[in-house]
Design a protein around this ligand. Structure first.
Ligand code: UFG
Length: 325
């Protein structure tokens, strides 16, 4: 049956794929995005409200006008390095703003919240693959700002019955298979778009941050998960809550680690030209391996990722790169 959902940050990279997925499943979508990093033309439909999501009077009017069956929250600041230098920006935008939203939801009786969390809540892995029970010791304000929201959610559930799923993404990657939307960050810091844009000449040679890690080829291992697979997990998480499922967190990843060098090799193969690279020192705060144990999302939500193949993920990102944007 058709529901009405609010997608906060729905004009961003992951949010715009979510909006597509909801529309394809026949749902009504309201997008709330201030377009500080999102793009209105990334939306395939829905009603776009261009506004700060942490404006309480605005939320009061919105929740009075619309009955939402659930809220997806993608809007956040995501630069780990910046969070170290300017922690207040992260605690305001990611933690405090979300608290304002949660209070408004509570006061208007808006149930069911799916929150974009991150593998960064775990900090330096004590073991891989990382399951949800792994210790949560974030290494930077970005990860801490997200983990604080998870703790607020747990307390709100106990106090107010707020129903939530926190989805801890590993490395979101790829693009719409029809190349209607994709990754468009500025500044861009993510490996796959930087590698592909080094091939096209839009950006300089890719700097490989560290070749002396304790991994098979000396570069870091990451678990790349297709944005469309993230989207399908979000809708399943919402349906789980609507069916009375208990509030909790799930990891989202493929459970396979690919090295930076493997990504570069596959990107060169997909693009038909080698990626220009420059070997550089380690980037502060990068764990050698981040690999998800996503058994729980599969078992409890019935999630089945469609794209476990790095070449398919990078192929979609490459098709998107070749479009002007
Ligand atoms: N890398 C390079 N050169 C670059 C960019 C990245 O070598 O120019 C390497 C990184 O050192 C890392 C790997 O490529 O080993 C992946 O880096 P990304 O920046 O693409 O992704 P991260 O694993 O650092 O970040 C992911 C998410 C972030 C999130 C972070 C939190 O993509 O949005 O996890 O841990 F903030």
């Amino acid at each position: 049956s058709s529901n009405q959902f609010l997608v906060i940050g729905g004009a961003g990279y992951i949010g715009s794929h979510m909006v597509k997925h909801l529309i394809e499943h026949g749902h009504q979508v309201v997008v709330l995005d201030d377009l500080s990093s999102g793009h209105a033309d990334a939306l395939l439909g829905g009603e776009l409200l261009v506004h700060d999501f942490a404006d309480r009077p605005f939320l009061d009017a919105l929740f009075t006008k619309h009955h939402f069956d659930g809220v997806f929250h993608f809007a956040s600041q995501i630069l780990v390095g910046e969070s170290v230098n300017n922690p207040a920006k992260y605690y305001r935008a990611n933690t405090f703003a979300t608290l304002v939203l949660l209070e408004a939801m509570r006061d208007h009786g808006v149930q069911n919240f799916v929150f974009s969390s991150t593998a960064a809540v775990y900090g330096e892995p004590a073991y891989v693959p990382i399951d949800e029970a792994h210790p949560k010791i974030p290494l930077n304000p970005y990860g801490a700002s997200k983990y604080m929201v998870e703790q607020i959610l747990s307390d709100f559930d106990r106090a107010h019955g707020t129903k939530y799923v926190a989805l801890r993404y590993f490395n979101a990657a790829g693009a719409d298979p029809q190349a209607r939307m994709g990754e468009r960050h500025e500044p861009e810091t993510h490996l796959i778009p930087l590698a592909l844009q080094a091939v096209t000449g839009r950006r300089p040679a890719l700097k490989v941050f560290g070749t002396d890690y304790d991994t098979p080829d000396g570069t870091c291992l990451r678990d790349y998960i297709h944005v469309d697979d993230l989207s399908s997990a979000h809708l399943l998480a919402m349906q789980y809550l609507q069916a009375g499922g208990a509030s909790r967190a799930f990891n989202l990843g493929n459970g396979a680690g690919y090295s930076v060098q493997q990504v570069i090799d596959v990107a060169g193969k997909v693009a038909g030209k080698p990626v220009p690279v420059e070997y550089a020192p380690r980037r502060a705060g990068d764990p050698a391996r981040l690999i998800a144990d996503a058994t729980q999302a599969k078992a409890v939500l019935g999630w089945e990722p469609q794209y476990d193949d790095l070449e398919a993920i990078i192929g979609h990102a490459w098709a998107w790169e070749q479009k002007s944007h």
